[in-house]
Design a protein around this ligand. Structure first.
Ligand code: NDP
Length: 366
């Protein structure tokens, strides 16, 4: 039986209390707590989106930039009132160590640069937020985790869906047993990639193809939707355009993940098809379906109990306010976003690439 939307909203009041959504609805109340002062490294498309979303944050503020493009530094300085002393390039950003006005650096550059940049930021004594994928393989991710631990700084990965209210409601329902025993997850993640000259299609900068860039959403999503970590993977690759998707750049991979409780995930990662942004979770007592499931939103979703209804707020606004709470106040997120969490995804992606090569079921040790 499908419940009405009103019934559904009425059942939500208690669980909502745990959500960042409420913190946001209170944003017009005066906030007097600590503010995370952030420098963004890499002023590209996503860096710009994060900077714009941070304008609505109450606990995080953009105060600095690190860029290889002087003209972008100038325009960001004007747009976000960034003082000259908080501007760096890729050669001199180690000097951020001597800047008491910056707490954290958000690394938003091509994937293969993340490892060295994160390690340098850690050595400069600043907390780091690193975009997904956190690196291009598990060995690099491990080095990043170790470097941040040694430097006693926090390392978080830019998993914005971990703070998205509809996603969190499904996780709450799963934890409360509302789906019963969860047995199946489907994740479809893909888009048609354009410009063949972009860094995403160059292995030395991207570390891989669609799997690194967009397939990671299904990898990560399968874990937070099912609530377990996989123990095995199988995977198959299809390549229709070997010129555009050269050696080391995967175009389409289908993969399956097995979980200790008996659930399986069946997923698709592609750079060749649009309209693929869908999660489906099935349990013995109910289901959840989201489409779009990880795009910039609004996320649309429903469960066997009805439509999921929350106002849309830019994901990066939630994310940065919550990450400020994690870094400055030691807040525990509902779904972890630390380097260890990113490392797990890199281990799974390594195993997926291995399974493509061997054609065998590969064990995953997380
Ligand atoms: P862009 O190409 O738009 O921007 C990357 C920026 O990195 C560039 O503008 C440049 O900034 C800097 N950069 C430094 N070195 C290089 C280099 N050798 N080649 C190219 N750029 C360089 O990429 P995106 O912003 O889309 O992606 C950046 C990261 O963010 C990736 O890791 C990606 O996976 C992640 N991402 C995450 C999303 C999410 O939803 N969480 C969404 C989109 C991307 P400058 O000129 O200032 O030096």
């Amino acid at each position: 039986m499908r419940h009405s939307r009103r019934d559904f909203i009425q059942t939500l009041s208690a669980p909502l209390l745990a959500m960042p959504f409420l913190a946001m609805s209170e944003k017009h109340q005066k906030y007097e707590g600590p503010i995370l002062r952030v420098a963004i490294m890499g002023l590209g498309n996503y860096g710009t989106r994060v900077a714009e979303a941070m304008k609505s944050c109450k606990k995080a503020k953009l105060v600095g930039v690190i860029s290889g493009t002087p003209s972008k530094i100038k325009s960001w300085q004007a747009k976000y009132q960034i003082p000259e002393k908080n501007c760096y390039n890729y050669q001199d950003f180690d000097k951020i160590r001597d800047n008491p006005d910056i707490d954290a650096v958000y690394v938003i550059t091509p994937n293969a640069l993340h490892r060295d940049q994160v390690i340098r930021v850690a050595k400069a004594g600043k907390h780091v937020i690193c975009e997904k994928p956190m690196s291009v393989n598990a060995a690099d991710a491990q080095q990043m985790v170790d470097a941040c631990k040694r430097a006693k700084v926090k390392l978080l990965v830019g998993y914005r869906m971990h703070f998205e209210p509809k996603t969190l409601e499904i996780i709450r329902m799963r934890k409360a047993g509302e789906f019963g025993k969860v047995l199946f997850f489907q994740g479809l993640s893909g888009f048609q990639i354009g410009d063949p000259t972009q860094w995403r299609l160059k292995k030395e900068l991207s570390g891989g193809g669609a799997m690194m860039d967009i397939g990671i959403y299904s990898v990560n999503g399968s874990r937070y939707m099912i609530g377990e970590d996989p123990v095995w993977v199988t995977a198959q690759e299809v390549k229709t355009n070997k010129e555009k998707f050269r050696e080391g750049i995967d175009e389409t991979i289908t993969f399956q993940l097995g979980f200790p409780g008996g659930a399986v995930a069946s997923c698709l990662s592609t750079y060749t098809m649009n309209n693929l942004d869908r999660f489906f979770l099935n349990g013995e007592k109910g289901y959840a379906e989201m489409q779009p499931s990880t795009g910039y939103g609004p996320i649309l979703g429903h469960t066997h109990k009805g439509e999921l209804v929350y106002p849309h707020v830019a994901h990066q606004t939630f994310q940065m306010d919550e990450m400020a709470g994690i870094i400055l106040e030691g807040k525990e997120p509902i779904v972890p976003v630390d380097g260890g969490e990113g490392l797990k995804d890199m281990k799974i992606i390594d195993a997926i690439y291995k399974a493509v090569q061997t054609g065998k079921k590969e064990s995953v040790y997380l």
